[in-house]
Design a protein around this ligand. Structure first.
Ligand code: AHR
Length: 516
C-alpha cells in the first residue's frame, strides 16, 4: 500500500538506534510515501554469485595506464608498478573477477606484445581509443599480478576480430600449462613457473561492432573454429564465453544460437547493456536522470528475455548468461577527457543509485546470471575510483558496491514489492545461515519513503543499517572534497517479523539483520 504521508509525518534521524527515536528531529521539505513490502525469506531464488559484482578494466583512457598501472619508476606511490592507493581500495572493496584487456581493445590486442623484458616490448597504437601509443609495459604477467594483489579472478577477453585461433590457443597454453612445453617454459622464464590457472576466456568482444562487424552467422562460424582449440591445458578447464547482443537484441542471440545448433554451445553468453545519459555527469536534469534510471527496468526485462531465449536452446541452463559490460554512460566533457583520458566521467549520487539499482536487478535475477561486470573499474565510465596524478579517490559507486557487498555468496530470496514502476522502490534481499541482508533504493529525487517490511520464514533478532545519500543528485566526491558522500549509520527498527526504515530521496540503504 502506498500512502502519501504529510511532511510532518515523515522524519528520519541518521544514527539513531531505535525506530521510536524517529521523531521529528528533521522534517523533510518534500512528500513522503509509505511503502509496504514482504520478504519471503524461505523462498530462495538462487545464489548471488560474487561474480555478479564483477569489474572490467580496458586499455582505454587512464583506466589501465596511469590509473591502475603507473610503473615502478613513478613518483606516485606504487607496489611494483601498481598504484598503491588503488590496490588498497580495491582490495578492501573485494573484486571477485576482473575482465581485461577490453572491450573493443581486446580484438586488436596481441598478447605476445605484452610479455618478456619491458624494453623489448613493441610500442603499439591503440586504434580504438585515440591512436595513442602504448609501451606494453602492462601485459599478461602484470594483469595476473594485479588480480593476485586485489584478490580478483582474472578473466581474459581474447582476440577474435583481428586474431587467429592459434594465437588465442597459445595464450591459453602460455597461461595454464604447468611446465615442459615451449610456451609454459617461456612463462617460467618470464617470472611465473606456476601456471596462472586462468578460467574465464572470452572469444571476442562486441563482434557485431568493433570486434569485426560480423553477422551472427559469421561470428558463430568464427566462434566454432576458435572454441575447437581452446582446451584444458593442465588442470584448469576454460570457461569459454561467446559474444552476446547489444542490449536486448533477440535477433543477434537467436541467429547466433541457430547457427550453433548441433555444436557445443559456449559455456557463457555475454550481453552488454549500457544506460545512456543525455547530460554531462554533474549537470543532469531531473528528466534526463529519470530517463537513465528507468533503463534498469529494461535491463531486468532484457535479462529475463535473453535467458528465456537461451532456455529455448538450452533448457538445463548449462550455458550461463552474463552482463559483461553495464553501467551509466553520460555525455562526456571534452576538457575532462583531454585532462583525464577518454571516457572519463564524474560519478555522482545519481550514478551510485544507478549502480545499486543494477546490483538489485542482478540479485533478483540471480538464478539467470553467472557474472556481471560494471564498466569500468578506474577512470572510465561508471568507475569505482578516480585518479589524477598522485591522487586517488573512491567514487559514490565504490560506496554503492561496498553497501551491497554483504549479499555476495548468499541466497537471493523472494521479495513482494507492489511498487513495480521503473522509478519505484527497488529492493533485493538475501539470506545465509543467521544473516538476512536487505538493500532498498529510493531513486526518486523529490519523494521520501517510509518502508514497512514484514518478514516471513524467519524472525529477526536484531539489525543495523547503513545509508548512502545526498539530497543533490548531481553531487559527487572530488579530488578536492573526496569524502562528501560516504556511507553512514542509519536508523532501523527491527521487531521479530517487522522491519521499519526511512529512505530519503536518492538513497541506498542496506539493512543487516540477525535472524533469531
Ligand atoms: O566500455 C567502453 C566500450 O564500450 C568497450 O570497449 C566496448 O566493448 C563497449 O562498446
Amino acid at each position: 500500500m502506498n500512502r502519501i504521508l504529510t511532511r510532518r509525518e515523515f522524519a528520519y534521524s541518521v544514527g539513531a538506534a531505535a525506530f521510536s527515536l524517529i521523531a521529528s528531529r528533521r522534517v523533510f521539505s518534500f512528500q513522503a510515501q509509505e511503502q509496504r513490502i514482504r520478504i519471503n525469506a524461505d523462498v530462495e531464488i538462487g545464489t548471488i554469485r560474487p561474480e555478479l559484482h564483477g569489474h572490467f578494466a580496458e586499455h582505454l583512457g587512464s583506466c589501465t595506464y596511469g590509473g591502475l598501472w603507473v610503473g615502478k619508476d613513478s613518483r606516485i606511490p606504487n607496489v611494483d608498478g601498481y598504484r598503491k592507493q588503488a590496490v588498497e581500495y580495491l582490495r578492501e572493496l573485494g573484486v571477485p573477477v576482473l575482465r581485461w584487456p577490453g572491450g573493443c581493445f581486446a580484438d586488436d590486442y596481441h598478447w605476445r606484445d605484452g610479455i618478456g623484458p619491458k624494453e623489448k616490448r613493441p610500442k603499439t597504437v591503440n586504434i580504438h581509443w585515440g591512436n595513442y601509443t602504448e609501451d606494453n609495459s602492462f601485459g599478461t604477467h602484470e594483469f595476473v599480478g594485479l588480480c593476485r594483489l586485489i584478490g580478483a579472478e582474472p578473466y581474459f577477453a581474447g582476440n577474435v576480430g583481428s586474431g587467429t585461433p592459434e594465437e588465442l590457443r597459445d595464450w591459453v597454453e602460455y597461461c595454464n600449462f604447468p611446465s615442459g612445453s615451449t610456451l609454459s617454459d617461456e612463462r617460467a622464464r618470464n617470472g611465473s613457473p606456476e601456471p596462472f590457472r586462468v578460467r574465464f576466456w572470452g572469444a571476442g568482444n562486441e563482434n557485431w561492432g568493433c570486434g569485426g562487424n560480423m553477422t551472427p552467422e559469421e561470428y558463430a562460424s568464427q566462434f566454432r573454429r576458435f572454441a575447437t582449440f581452446i582446451r584444458s591445458f593442465g588442470e584448469t578447464r576454460p570457461y569459454l564465453l561467446a559474444c552476446g547482443p547489444s542490449g536486448n537484441d533477440p535477433d543477434w542471440s537467436r541467429r547466433f544460437m541457430d547457427a550453433m545448433r548441433g555444436r557445443r554451445y559456449p559455456n557463457g553468453f555475454s550481453m552488454h547493456f549500457y544506460s545512456g545519459g543525455k547530460n554531462t555527469a554533474t549537470n543532469f536534469t531531473v528528466e534526463a536522470m529519470q530517463e537513465q534510471l528507468s533503463s534498469f527496468a529494461r535491463l531486468e526485462q532484457a535479462i529475463k528475455q535473453q535467458r528465456a531465449l537461451l532456455d529455448g536452446y538450452d533448457p538445463e541452463r548449462r550455458m550461463g548468461l552474463l552482463v559483461d559490460e553495464w553501467g551509466v554512460w553520460d555525455r562526456m566533457v571534452p576538457e575532462e577527457e583531454k585532462r583525464y583520458g577518454r571516457l572519463w566521467q564524474q560519478i555522482t549520487m545519481r550514478s551510485a543509485v544507478a549502480a545499486a539499482l543494477g546490483l538489485n536487478v542482478f540479485h533478483r535475477q540471480a538464478d539467470k546470471l553467472v557474472m556481471c561486470n560494471i564498466a569500468q573499474i578506474v577512470n572510465v565510465l561508471h568507475s569505482m575510483l578516480l585518479t589524477y596524478e598522485d591522487r586517488c579517490i573512491r567514487t559514490t559507486s565504490y560506496y554503492a558496491f561496498d553497501l551491497l557487498k554483504a549479499h555476495r555468496a548468499k541466497a537471493a530470496v523472494h521479495v513482494e514489492n507492489s511498487d513495480s514502476v521503473p522509478l519505484g522502490l527497488s529492493v533485493s534481499a538475501s539470506r545465509k545461515d543467521k544473516d538476512l541482508v536487505l538493500t532498498l533504493v529510493n531513486p526518486k529525487h523529490d519523494v521520501a519513503m517510509r518502508v514497512n517490511c514484514s518478514l516471513s520464514g524467519v524472525a529477526a533478532a536484531s539489525g543495523k543499517a547503513r545509508i548512502l545519500h545526498d539530497s543533490d543528485f548531481n553531487a559527487c566526491n572530488t579530488f578536492e572534497n573526496p569524502d562528501r558522500i560516504v556511507p553512514k549509520d542509519h536508523a532501523v527498527k527491527v521487531e521479530a517479523s517487522q522491519i521499519g526504515v526511512d529512505l530519503p530521496p536518492m538513497s541506498i540503504v542496506t539493512v543487516l539483520v540477525t535472524v533469531a
